[in-house]
Design a protein around this ligand. Structure first.
Ligand code: FE2
Length: 221
């Protein structure tokens, strides 16, 4: 019977070669994955939604990113506090710097401000409209109130993002689990839109008692 040193045994050599081969294949794969991780992930653009009839006709004098306080008034808005933050990104994942994120929504009574929305009680301590400019990382942040349903529509927040004064995206965000395609605006949107435009509200006791928070990243085409 012919004897082979263990390392020279044909079966073992073949197995070693196979193992080495797979290691050689695995190394470039790991290197490629590391390179991929360094490049921001590409994403589909955030779906657009109708602007609706309640964009301010005249922007309020106080239009900062805290919609719960109006300059010159001692009170603060009624409603549950919502801290909403996120980023504005390009489809290649790069941050959109110094773009203006505009937010408008109705007050706790369901009334829009600055848009001729008459008939309902009005919370004069709610700003109704605000702007947050993105920083170098594309980050924005608002302090506002949890959106409420009104006129048959589910709770939602309106946004317009402008870049260099030009509108880049107009859309709406919905509270996860509180909207469906029974809403006319959602029903008129392509399938999958609601899932892309839903925000999950979670408690934010670190901000203030009873407050909620949510995060959302907008992707501009
Ligand atoms: Fe609306």
């Amino acid at each position: 019977m012919r004897r082979f040193p263990i390392a020279n045994h044909p079966d073992l050599r073949r197995r070693l070669l196979l193992q080495c081969g797979s290691t050689l294949i695995a190394l470039p794969t790991l290197a490629a994955r590391a390179a991929e991780a360094a490049v921001p992930a590409a994403s589909a653009p955030t779906p657009a939604q109708t602007e609706g009839p309640f964009y301010p006709r005249v922007l309020p004098a106080d239009r900062d990113a805290d919609l719960t306080q109006v300059v010159g008034r001692s009170g603060s808005a009624r409603g549950t506090r919502l801290y909403l933050s996120g980023r504005v990104l390009g489809v290649d994942g790069t941050p959109a710097q110094r773009v203006a994120v505009e937010l408008w929504q109705c007050d706790v009574h369901g009334r829009y401000h600055h848009a001729g929305d008459e008939g309902l009680p009005r919370d004069d301590d709610f700003q109704g409209f605000g702007i947050s400019a993105t920083d170098a990382d594309g980050r924005f942040a608002f302090k506002t109130i949890r959106p409420v349903p009104y006129g048959g529509r589910p709770p939602h927040l309106h946004f317009r993002i402008t870049r260099g004064g030009q509108a880049a995206l107009t859309t709406q965000l919905y509270v996860a689990g509180e909207a469906s395609d029974r809403d006319a605006v959602i029903a008129a949107s392509p399938s999958g839109t609601l899932a892309r435009l839903s925000i999950r509200l979670t408690p934010a006791p670190e901000r203030e008692a009873g407050a909620l928070k949510a995060n959302y990243d907008f992707v501009l085409r």
